[in-house]
Design a protein around this ligand. Structure first.
Ligand code: 9UX
Length: 72
């Protein structure tokens, strides 16, 4: 089954940040969709249930140059 994970992202200031992070998150194993909202500083991931550790999401956000935080 499919599951949803949300994470907060600090440091985004333009639409290109959004595209960069969406590509990085969509490339994670098990992820089927990644949508990032610039206004809310929040990302939502659709992924196979049990296939995505939050630590991997945080790592991908940091590698892309942004700061993960707890989702609201
Ligand atoms: Mo836009 Mo985001 O010029 O890191 S890509 S600020």
């Amino acid at each position: 089954p499919e599951a949803t994970t949300a994470i907060g992202i600090d440091g985004m200031t333009c639409a290109s940040c959004v595209g960069r992070i969406e590509r990085a998150l969509a490339a994670l194993p098990g992820v089927t969709q990644a949508s990032v909202n610039l206004a809310t500083g929040r990302a939502e991931l659709r992924h196979a249930a049990g296939m995505l550790a939050l630590s991997k999401v945080e790592e991908a956000v940091r590698s892309a140059g942004y700061e993960p935080r707890a989702a609201d």
